[in-house]
Design a protein around this ligand. Structure first.
Ligand code: UDP
Length: 337
């Protein structure tokens, strides 16, 4: 009898996407499912939306709930975790650090504890450019010193450091991906950015363009940048998801833990983003200038070279117009289901 090649019998890995109903998580779930991965989502729906999951399998619950996590990992033989769930507002984290250390740090420790007890060996962790604090140079590479300015940035840095210890002690391998400014929406038009309250630049500008927001406030126009407004590195959400997929494959092939900065390497000022939104939407925006937002560095631009050379990552959407075009299509679908 001729035996079948081993790969034919092997089911696709089961990926647990924590925070899979949120902005980036839901795009990740869509990508994994399009590639036939088996996916199970953990989300408490505090910031995510079940409708963003299409028919992906959801286990509704919190990573702060040990009873829930224990049952979850007993019932699902998870091969790898992609962990997106966290509180993400820098300003709020300064006013309410307890919430950030609880959700981002204690929640992650709980998740790791139960995952390890059930033999999970791989995790991709959503980190952030906020681990660097005020840049000492740009573009920011992985060797840049870490001096986070907010409890949000600190909570992410602590987890990065914890993951390094867990690899040494327990063999849990991880990839930490430090996002610069996630933006845009799925090219197919099914998913997009959806926060409540919305605080991010591009969705707010598009809300102004569509008439949902009366006026847009630029937070400071006297930064030491060419036009006085802050410069950021906007990266398309689908490019971020591709990087997670490559990180997963990187761990699957037996590599040790690593960290990567994810950005296009190209910065755009708030004024440039406003102009591009006006161009894409064909609407003149109603703009005013407000005081600087505490903790906003003048320039944050990534050196994404390491992710390119080691993971083989190549961002597809390097033109800001494409990011805004996709986000505009999504905004025009409001109210979302
Ligand atoms: N920004 C602004 N007005 C707003 C929201 C954001 O001027 O209502 C600016 C903000 O100061 C920063 C840039 O837009 O320079 C991107 O901010 P966002 O909150 O989108 O992302 P962050 O850089 O904080 O992660």
């Amino acid at each position: 009898m001729i035996s079948k090649p081993e790969t034919l019998d092997k089911p696709m890995p089961l990926i647990c996407v924590v925070g899979g109903a949120g902005y980036i998580g839901s795009h990740m779930v869509m990508l994994l499912r399009s590639l036939q991965y088996r996916v199970v989502v953990i989300d408490d729906l505090s910031n995510g939306f079940q409708s963003s999951l299409a028919d992906a399998y959801l286990e509704k619950g919190s990573i702060l709930d040990s009873v829930f996590l224990e049952r979850f990992f007993s019932e699902h033989a998870v091969d790898a975790i992609i962990h997106f769930a966290s509180s993400i507002q820098v300003g709020e984290s300064v006013k309410n650090p307890q919430k950030y250390y609880k959700n981002n740090l204690v929640g992650t420790l709980n998740l790791l504890e139960h995952a390890l007890a059930h033999g999970v060996e791989k995790i991709i962790f959503s980190s952030t450019a906020a681990v660097f604090g005020n840049p000492q140079y740009v573009p920011i590479d992985e060797a840049h010193p870490h001096e986070p300015l907010s409890p949000y940035g600190k909570s992410k840095l602590f987890v990065e450091q914890i993951l390094a210890d867990y690899e040494l002690a327990y063999g849990l391998r991880s990839v930490c991906l430090r996002y610069f400014n996630a933006a845009g929406a799925s090219a197919c038009g099914k998913l997009g950015e959806r926060h409540d309250p919305e605080t991010h630049l591009i969705p707010l500008l598009l809300q102004q363009a569509s008439g949902r927001l009366e006026k847009f406030s630029v937070f400071g126009d006297d930064y030491s940048t060419p036009d006085g407004t802050c410069i950021r590195d906007y990266i398309h959400v689908e490019d971020l998801c591709t990087a997670h997929l490559l990180a997963l494959k990187y761990l699957d092939t037996g590599n040790a833990s690593d960290l990567f900065n994810l950005g296009t390497g190209k910065g755009h000022s708030v004024t440039e983003v406003i102009k591009t939104v006006e161009e894409v939407t064909g609407n003149k925006l109603n703009i005013c200038v407000s005081p600087k937002r505490p903790g906003d560095p003048a320039i944050l631009v990534a050196d994404g070279q390491r992710a390119k050379s080691i993971l083989g990552w190549q961002p597809k959407y390097v033109d800001l117009k494409d990011i805004i075009r996709h986000a505009w299509s999504w905004e025009q679908k409001y109210p979302w289901q």
